[in-house]
Design a protein around this ligand. Sequence first.
Ligand code: ADP
Ligand code: LRH
Length: 485
Amino acid sequence: APVKSYAAVDLGASSGRVMVGRVGPDSLGLTEAHRFPNRPVRTPEGLRWDILSLYAGVLDGLRTAGQVAGQVDSVGIDSWAVDYGLLDADGALLGNPVHYRDTRTEGVAEKVWATVPADELYARTGLQYAPFNTLYQLAAARESAQLAYAERLLLIPDLLTYWLTGEAGTELTNASTTQLIDPRTRDWAHDVASRLGIDLGLFAPLRRPGDPAGLLRPEVLEETGLTGPVPVTTVGSHDTASAVAAVPATGGERFAYICTGTWSLAGLELDAPVLTEASRAANFTNELGLDGTVRYLRNIMGLWLLQECLRAWGDPELTELLHAAADVPALRSVVDAGDAAFLAPGRMPARIADACRDSGQPVPESPAEITRCILDSLALAHRRAITEAQALADHPVDVVHIVGGGTRNALLCQLTADACGLPVVAGPAEAAALGNVLVQARAGGLVGDRTAMRQLIARTQPLERYEPRGDTAAWRAAQARLTAR
Ligand code: ADP
Ligand code: LRH
């Protein structure tokens, strides 16, 4: 039986990687070809992505992938959502893509809502309010010279695909994070865009996971040493869409998922969006997944809180710190890990201490105490999101799947099981890359439908199960402390 090799480019906010997936009719193996840091740069203009360094990492990774695999049958690209590059009429990139944590969107939403009220915007686009939704970024850039000169807007994975192939498109799952897509028609929300003066002509035509996205250009083949033709296949180019596609649910169970990395994205896979006022008030989003599914979820600050503390502490050894945190008494103090106040970089240990003090709780001091506060707070936010999602969507679940880098954090997985009062199945850690690989394999006819993809992952990838301990009263009480303030 044929075994094919797929290169998955997966760019997270903290690191980029190129993985090689080997897929046969009943086998799936994943090897890391190359991992490189994703370090945003603070320029005089603001916080920017170092897109050329990321592109160089992609090329290095494809070269290594070729060496690892012998031959690469196809390439797929996914990355974090919402951000984009602008191209001029010659196809040249206008400036470094702005980072979603940049402050340019502060105060912009209120101006947008003066034209399209927040409730109407939710009813049309189903997107939770986040200051960085592409719509607000475009509103913030309204008067900028770059936007005036721009002929094309390409979301990050689409920009890299364009550099690799010369072909421009807009992948749908990632487009659904712009707040310019109608989640019911899975097409552009033309009315919203025109009322806000946003030119949808800037976007290249929509394409869907599985669609062809061109061939690696001759110069790319030369630079990577790959032998052409090598096709690029459109995958769920939003990393979270690829990660949800790789949730190892075997078909029978009703599940919730949490994609943990820099963010925690906690919610459900649904057939149709939930656009009620209650859903808007709870700030749940309706992003699109594979095959027209809806990713009904909430953004939680995630391990970003820990990453920023580690940076402030000069990057101590993580495993030791997590051991020490496991010995700190549980739930002494918690912060609201859904709070956008934690969005910007800098001073994270102090900001967490301040939040505890302001809510009248003990102030964590040592790195172990602060780490424990972060993990308790994340588990609590997971509990809240999973509980509310089930109620708002009228979709009860029996199990929580955790995927992404946070599955390497056993304490976080156990605390999440405890807080939710549900069993947790943790893994795979490289879910986005696996979802990316399997969509390519499906386009190549090697695997069947979404359920078959998930069963293949469940059969082949190491998973860890955590049973809930104790009762959930302590978690309810901790939640009450936060809500009371
Ligand atoms: P992203 O895709 O957003 O860059 P990842 O899915 O790669 O994020 O997850 C990164 C996170 O995974 C880190 O912030 C860290 O907290 C966690 N992590 C990675 N390796 C380990 C480990 N060995 N032990 C515990 N946690 C880990
Ligand atoms: C996670 C992620 C998330 C988005 C955020 C901007 O990497 O794609 O789904 O909300 O980055």
